[in-house]
Design a binder for this molecule. Sequence first.
Ligand SMILES: [Cu+2]
Length: 75
Amino acid sequence: MAKLVVDVSGMTCNHCVQSVTTAVEALDKVQSVDIELEPKGNSRVTITHDGAELGDVASAVSAEGYTLEAVAEQS
Ligand SMILES: [Cu+2]
């Protein structure tokens, strides 16, 4: 299982967390999503996956109205 950690801007509350979790978990090859909400900055999104594409994650995040700002860790 691989891990992808990204920083996402624009998330302010648990509704945002739920939206992003649902959207990213719906992607192919994503096992689980864990989000550390940081309402005043970038929230940290940890994705456990089995070959998911970074571009697909970025698209899912932006489709919900948020922005993938940076990749913090990829393994
Ligand atoms: Cu919100």
